[in-house]
Ligand binder design. Structure first.
Ligand SMILES: Nc1ncnc2c1ncn2[C@@H]1O[C@H](COP(=O)(O)OP(=O)(O)O)[C@@H](O)[C@H]1O
Ligand SMILES: [Mg+2]
Length: 268
């Protein structure tokens, strides 16, 4: 099977050669196959965002290789990668343009990877499509096409961001704790929506969460990152019936470390 993403011996070292040198990723090897929905957990500072930033090209990679659809993209710019890799962040403000309306934001998403220029006008002919897409979110947003996004709630904005990130069927979608800033109920709504969008379109996804329950409940494969290394990698069949306690045991066995309460949201 052709893989979507292949990471080979990826290292990231910040402020190399100074007293503040921080060796964050320490030789990450990872292959992501088409249709996989991987959840990744790990304590604060484990290197999760750094890994996603490296994949997206937001950080240059000096040591290691990254291949997308069997093509070496290690040196490719973030803009070029954005045609195939979309991202959703924790902060709802980062995903949408506040001063633009819902439909203007969606029109921008349709232009992803193209020169956006000044042609912001929404094509009249796109409206039925946008409405239909917004309807799938089940949040009544199809009635708010001309509402400025800044007037919507954080959850509504994350839902629109997700729609924008998937509108052009990316090869890979990266989600970095995209529900962490939401209240528990809204977080669940957005998480369920994420799952639906990913499965309906059979997308390949890589999702960071610090919530163990989310990591177990969602996705088809689970990875734990600890001090810059992948210490646990659980495939679909094993993940299905896995409990939090079993996961903590697996973590301890392979990292030799105790999981501290403050490192992850355990919800127990
Ligand atoms: N651009 C950067 N420059 C310098 N240090 C960074 C940068 N990004 C992350 N770090 C450091 O790398 C470590 C891992 O950060 P991060 O990948 O954000 O962790 P996580 O997302 O797992 O909480 C932290 O010590 C952080 O301070
Ligand atoms: Mg992070």
């Amino acid at each position: 099977m052709k893989s979507v993403l292949e990471i080979e011996n990826l290292h990231q070292i910040f402020e190399e050669g100074t007293v503040n040198e921080n060796h964050v990723l320490k030789g990450v090897d990872l292959t992501i196959n088409p249709g996989e929905f991987i959840t990744i957990i790990g304590g604060n500072g484990a290197g999760k965002s750094t890994l996603l930033n490296s994949i997206a090209g937001a950080l240059p990679t000096k040591i290691g290789k990254i291949r997308l659809n069997n093509k070496d993209i290690t040196k490719q710019s973030i803009i070029k990668r954005a045609k195939s890799i979309s991202r959703v962040f924790q902060d709802p403000k980062l995903g949408t343009a506040v001063r633009l309306t819902v439909e203007e934001n969606l029109a921008l998403a349709l232009k992803r990877g193209q020169n956006r220029g000044f042609g912001l006008a929404v094509k009249f002919s796109n409206r039925p499509f946008f409405k239909e897409q917004l309807k799938t979110l089940n949040l009544g947003l199809e009635k708010r096409l001309t509402t400025e996004v800044g007037l919507l709630s954080g959850g509504q904005r994350q839902a629109i961001t997700l729609l924008m990130a998937t509108l052009q069927r990316p090869d890979l979608i990266l989600l970095d704790e995209h529900t962490a800033a939401l209240d528990p109920k809204t977080s669940k709504t957005v998480m369920d929506l994420t799952e639906k969008l990913i499965f309906d379109q059979q997308l390949t996804a890589f999702m960071v969460t610090h919530d163990m329950e989310n990591a177990l409940q969602y996705g088809t494969r689970l990875i734990m990152l600890h001090q810059g290394r992948i210490v646990v990698d659980i495939p679909a069949e094993k993940k299905k019936n896995l409990t939090i306690n079993q996961l903590m045991d697996l973590f301890q066995q392979s990292s030799g470390d105790e999981l501290k309460d403050d490192q992850l949201l355990l919800n127990t």
